[in-house]
Design a protein around this ligand. Structure first.
Ligand code: NAD
Length: 498
């Protein structure tokens, strides 16, 4: 059995805690590797190596730090197939989608190649007599990131890219369900010229996350995962005086106005609801047609499109999506499907019971569709995170606008319409962090930023974009005065004013 270890101070390090987790092949349902689960002592080893290496890295001029990132981009391009296959083998997403996972992370690395410009401070000459003021954005020191299973390449890069480019050392704790990609990314960063100790990967579960949040030398923690954990990690980190950003779960709605192009909407919904088996925080699992006629027409067009979807092995180029990540996750989603029936929603297409010949034990679930879902239902209020699309019928624009606005999650939302006024009104008033107008998955580009509202994001600053540069640096404001020779020396007892 293959063992997945830690990466500390530029080397693979065997776990010593005696605890391991199973990593599955979701296509076969079999355990393919054992991942070491670190304890606080192993974390401390990584923190000490990071703390020792960080001052010299922070002293490297930003142009040279950027060059390491540029070389890393080149290596990511060269290893894209390998990285995609590696992450697909543990996650279960199809290869074309795995390419996107790597590419999206790469784009954040491209963004931080501009770190000499992005981290540049501000300067005011002559703020007072012989006085100049300047602002410096200094790295925090040792910082950490805790990532979810669903984007094993992209989300680690969202975090360590900006953290390292700004001069910090980073401890990455990837998901224990698909940890191998993080180790490979760390090796490639070393190959790109990063000094040992600046990027460490410590595998583990709650035990090591608790240790990260409490470790006195870790100054900031970036977390992405489910909301209950995000909120608990946020609170614990804040109680230790750390800077925290904790992104949580989602339940994104797609509002379909009566004037929308329904063929386009259905085409968009297939990828947004069922792509990656719905295991995306920017998936679109709730569609809200406005008006009875829109709902009936949409449903009629959805049925054949859903039936034409192909679920297959993650390596099958003809498959639209692959298996779910684990048997436990599959069982959880099946539980929600049963709950939807029990709550009185109409189960229009039931995806349970799918078997792929030769891979009967794989974690496959066919696309599922519910109609007549209401806002009171638990299956609506909670995140399912699987290939399940729910139709919630609304009578008016106002009713449709209220649904995502009142939902506990506020990650993404989309409106499909040909009416610019309605779209503008919706974007202005909806209480959600990322809005799409005729865009089903409104994931912002790398030079903007990523973050939801309400229980989707316990954070003041978003992932990537300029917010990430601010998150991983602290601002120092220097007021300097160089008196002229012979200037009169005198005390002042009033607060300096301009
Ligand atoms: P998860 O919350 O189970 O795990 C996330 C991370 O936290 C993992 O590294 C895990 O090992 C660790 N963890 C798990 N339980 C913990 C605990 N009790 N205490 C401390 N750490 C713990 O999430 P997941 O199942 O890996 O990922 C799916 C979730 O992530 C979904 O809810 C999805 O919406 C969310 N997500 C959010 C975003 C976003 O940016 N908002 C992006 C991707 C995924």
């Amino acid at each position: 059995m293959r063992n997945i270890e830690h990466f500390i101070n530029g080397k693979l390090v065997t776990g010593s805690s005696g605890r391991h987790g199973d990593v599955f092949d979701p296509n076969t349902g079999k355990v393919q590797a054992r991942v070491a689960l670190a304890n606080a002592a192993e974390l401390d080893l990584a923190v000490q190596s990071a703390a020792a290496a960080q001052p010299a890295w922070a002293a490297v001029n930003p142009q040279r730090r950027a060059r390491v990132m540029m070389e890393f981009v080149r290596l990511l391009e060269a290893h894209k197939e390998e990285l995609s296959a590696l992450l697909a083998s543990e996650h279960g997403k199809v290869l074309s989608d795995a390419h996107g996972d790597v590419q999206r992370g790469l784009e954040v690395i491209e963004f931080v190649c501009g770190i000499p410009q992005l981290q540049k401070g501000e300067y005011t000459q002559g703020a007072g007599p012989h006085i100049d003021v300047y602002t410096a954005y200094q790295p925090l020191g040792v910082v950490a990131g805790v990532t979810p299973f669903n984007f094993p390449a992209m989300i680690p890069m969202w975090m360590f890219g900006p953290a390292i480019a700004t001069g910090n050392a980073f401890i990455l704790k990837p998901s224990d369900r698909d940890p191998s990609t993080s180790l490979r990314l760390a090796e490639l960063m070393l190959e790109a010229g990063l000094p040992p100790g600046i990027l460490n990967v410590v595998n583990g579960d709650k035990e090591v996350v608790d240790a990260i949040v409490a470790h006195p030398q870790i100054k900031a923690v970036s977390f992405v995962g489910s909301s209950d954990v995000a909120q608990a990690v946020y609170a614990a980190g804040a109680s230790h005086g750390k800077r925290m950003q904790c992104m949580g779960g989602a339940k994104n709605h797609g509002i379909v106005m009566p004037d929308a192009d329904l063929d386009q909407v259905v085409a968009d919904l297939m990828g947004a609801a069922y792509g990656s088996a719905g295991e995306r925080c920017m998936a679109l699992p709730v569609v809200v047609p406005v008006g009875e006629a829109t709902a009936n027409a949409l449903r009629a067009k959805l049925l054949p499109a859903i039936k034409a979807l192909k679920v297959g092995l993650s390596g099958d180029p003809g498959a639209h999506y692959g298996p779910l990540v684990t048997a436990a996750h599959k069982a959880r989603i099946e539980g929600y499907i049963q709950l939807g029936v029990d709550e009185g929603a109409e189960l229009v297409i039931d995806g349970r019971g799918l078997k792929i010949p030769g891979h009967e034990a794989g974690f496959f679930l066919a696309p599922t569709l519910f109609d007549h879902v209401t806002a009171k239902m638990k299956t609506y209020r909670e995140e399912i995170f699987g290939p399940v699309l729910q139709i919630v019928r609304a009578e008016s624009f106002e009713e449709a606008l209220a649904l995502p606005s009142r939902h506990q999650y506020g990650n993404g939302v989309s409106i499909f319409t040909r009416n610019g006024d309605a779209a503008r009104e919706f974007a202005d008033r909806v209480e959600v962090g990322m809005v799409g107008i005729n865009v089903p998955i409104p994931v912002p580009v790398s030079y903007h930023g990523f973050g939801g509202w309400k229980r989707s994001g316990f954070a003041d600053l978003n992932q990537y974009g300029m917010d990430s540069v601010r998150f991983f640096t602290r601002t120092k404001i220097i007021t300097q005065r160089w008196p002229r020779d012979g200037e009169e020396v005198q005390s002042s007892f009033v607060i300096p004013t301009m």
